[in-house]
Design a protein. Structure first.
Length: 447
């Protein structure tokens, strides 16, 4: 029986790093489907169970089936991958079975320590047609995570990288046609972290660059790969910042080096991206792969003299370019309570725009949009967007002047445009959308 060898982790390094990623397990609600030919593997499964094994699956990431099919060796025939836990010092084992005719034979085996197989990913890191296997392990009572990268040589999986990590992503950062491995490390004692970029040559994998995350972060919440405004590639890392805020670090290639292009070198923080938990997270507003980052802007109060007058917040979405400069891609207002948002025209600048909420009844809530002729002038109402609920919402939307915008979620969103307002209900309907749940800030993770 061939095996990849026992996996090892540097304990002193692990003790300085924590796995601060948690996981929103929405995908766990969908039961994984087994391959149709899994019956052909049943004999091997029964043997492993008879030897004291228990069939398991990776707990996070896109590959969470107990039996996985992937072409590791590049022969256009898929290998079968099985995951087990056994008693002993190296309890976690991953078996790779190669299809031979109508049957399977053992190709290789990976042995691992720890509490669980955190994730498994397959990627051709050096463009040789063979898939590397990237395994994340959760160890030491679930407090730490470690990663091992394996490559197939002489029909055996061999270790080419073993390290600790907080999260990782795969992305062709330097746009050379090869997938790069981006490893995140959060250092709890220093309240910061870094991103390391690994590339694989013909036989070896090595660290090429690293870039720091913002200072004073409390852990990484989520990551996302995508494009910058000028079309170049980037990694976006959202971290907890203080007790009630987040910060996004934008990691990209600048002057042929991995760089945190959003980080202020004077403060060590990506200050332009700091925001409250109450605003959405990252999005691609135009579905073009370019990642938009929300930046909240407070409007001046509709009636500054009113008792308890509070500002309303809108969101300016910014896109970074690879030179570190930003452009505003859109401006939106989000009604979190009623789950809708509206794209605001560029002419409605935050200096002129004013908003206020007017609740008519428990089933009839309105948000008033107004413009000032100039900054500091009294606002002139343009329109009111109503959220209508209850058994009589059809009667409420039928009131004179109201036009329905959205229907669903046991509510109707409607607009009433003021006379002589510089806007039409047709345009407002085009601008108004239901809020996208995947924009909401959650403690998500890469693998």
């Amino acid at each position: 029986m061939r095996r990849a060898g026992a996996w090892a982790v540097c304990v002193c390094l692990l003790l300085t790093l924590t796995g601060c990623f948690s996981q929103v397990d929405d995908e766990l609600l969908v039961l994984p489907r087994q391959p149709q030919d899994s019956v052909k593997l049943q004999g091997y499964i029964d043997k492993h169970v008879a030897d004291g094994g228990r069939q398991i699956a990776p707990v996070t990431g896109p590959n969470r089936q107990t039996i996985q099919k992937v072409d590791i060796d590049g022969d256009r025939r898929e290998e079968a991958v099985l995951f087990f836990r056994f008693p002993g010092d190296t309890p976690l084992k991953i078996f790779f079975y190669r299809a031979v005719g109508e049957e399977y034979e053992l190709l290789s085996r990976i042995d691992g320590e720890g509490d669980s197989i955190q994730s498994v990913t397959y990627a051709d890191l050096n463009d040789d047609g063979v898939q590397e296997v990237i395994v994340g392990w959760r160890v030491v009572g679930g407090a730490f995570k470690a990663m091992t990268v394996y490559t197939l040589r002489s029909e055996e999986l061999e270790i080419v990288l073993s390290t600790s990590y907080s999260g990782y992503a795969l992305h062709d950062m330097d746009e050379n046609g090869r997938t790069d491995l981006l490893v995140l490390r959060y250092q709890d004692t220093e309240k910061t972290g870094l991103v390391e970029m690994y590339q694989m040559g013909e036989s070896e994998i090595s660290q090429q660059f690293s870039a720091p995350l913002s200072l004073n972060i409390e852990g990484v919440l989520r990551t996302r790969t995508g494009l910058l405004g000028d079309g170049h590639r980037a990694l976006f890392v959202v971290s907890k910042y203080g007790s009630d805020a987040m910060v996004t670090d934008v990691i990209a290639i600048q002057k042929r080096r991995l760089t945190n292009i959003s980080r202020n070198p004077m403060t060590g923080v990506s200050e332009a991206t700091v925001r409250s938990y109450l605003v959405p997270s990252l999005a691609s507003l135009s579905d073009d792969g370019v990642v938009d980052i929300p930046r909240p802007v407070a409007l001046s109060a509709y009636d500054p003299g009113a008792e308890n007058a509070e500002p309303v917040w809108i969101i300016q979405w910014i896109r970074y370019r690879s030179d570190g400069e930003t452009d505003t891609s859109a401006t939106t207002y989000h009604n979190y309570a009623d789950n809708w948002y509206i794209e605001l025209p560029a002419s409605w600048t935050w200096e002129r725009l004013a908003m206020t909420r007017r609740d008519i009844s428990a089933n009839e809530r309105g948000v008033v949009f107004a413009l000032r002729d100039r900054e500091g002038a009294p606002p002139s109402d343009m329109m009111t967007i109503y959220t209508l609920t209850g058994d009589n919402m059809e009667e409420l939307v039928a009131k004179p002047g109201r036009v329905p915008l959205l229907t669903g979620n046991n509510m109707i969103v409607a607009v009433e445009v003021s006379d002589n307002a510089p806007v039409s209900d047709t345009a407002v309907k085009r601008w108004t959308h239901w809020f996208q749940n995947d924009w909401m800030t959650g403690e998500l993770t890469t693998l």
